[in-house]
Design a protein around this ligand. Sequence first.
Ligand SMILES: CC(C)(COP(=O)(O)OP(=O)(O)OC[C@H]1O[C@@H](n2cnc3c(N)ncnc32)[C@H](O)[C@@H]1OP(=O)(O)O)[C@@H](O)C(=O)NCCC(=O)NCCS
Length: 195
Amino acid sequence: MKRDEIPDSLKSVTEPGALSGEILIRQASLDDIRLIQDMARIIWADTYAGYISEEDQSRVLEHSYSQASLKKSIEDDIFLLAEISGEAAGYIDMGRQDEVLHLHRLYVMSKFQRLGTGRRLLDEAIAVAKRCSGDGFPSPAEKGSIPKVVVATVEEGNQKARRFYRKMGFAEEGSTTMTIQGVKMPLIYIVMRLS
Ligand SMILES: CC(C)(COP(=O)(O)OP(=O)(O)OC[C@H]1O[C@@H](n2cnc3c(N)ncnc32)[C@H](O)[C@@H]1OP(=O)(O)O)[C@@H](O)C(=O)NCCC(=O)NCCS
């Protein structure tokens, strides 16, 4: 989404300098693609060391974090960045389909984990989704388009993230295996119903 298309309802989280506590949450722009790719490489290496090889991580990242893939996500989804004291701290990418929010990516740099960054990103993205309707963005939320549920998948072996999601109110509801670029990833479906 271009900055001049951002609705007033989103301004509170998109304007530079919009601070809440110590964490700045802002809308990602196409200029942030390189930054997001760099963060992803670092966080993936920390998170998946031991069970996704470096080679497989690179293959998946090249595909899932390509320029084209991130451009589409930034333009179509709610894509927010967190900054702490001017430093990039993490990001969230949440898509929307009618009443369902699809949490595609939520990643926080290890030095900023356990400080409330993940919770803030998740809360803000849900708040933005509640304020704005999907395709009609930036029109006000319409009756029937209020999001009712957040769905995501989490790597089966990623116990830290599974604990975080349980704390956030997600329930684990089944499992699957996804193959990305030949890399098999056992995943757990997680669901959070919104009030
Ligand atoms: C999972 C992740 C997004 C959580 O973000 P975070 O900023 O560390 O989490 P927060 O500080 O906002 O924590 C929110 C709550 O979850 C709890 N929590 C977070 N990580 C936890 C863990 N490893 N174990 C137990 N509880 C945890 C916190 O204690 C906190 O609860 P509280 O508010 O009652 O104290 C972050 O750790 C991360 O990016 N990990 C690596 C990448 C990843 O796995 N992403 C998810 C891919 S599906």
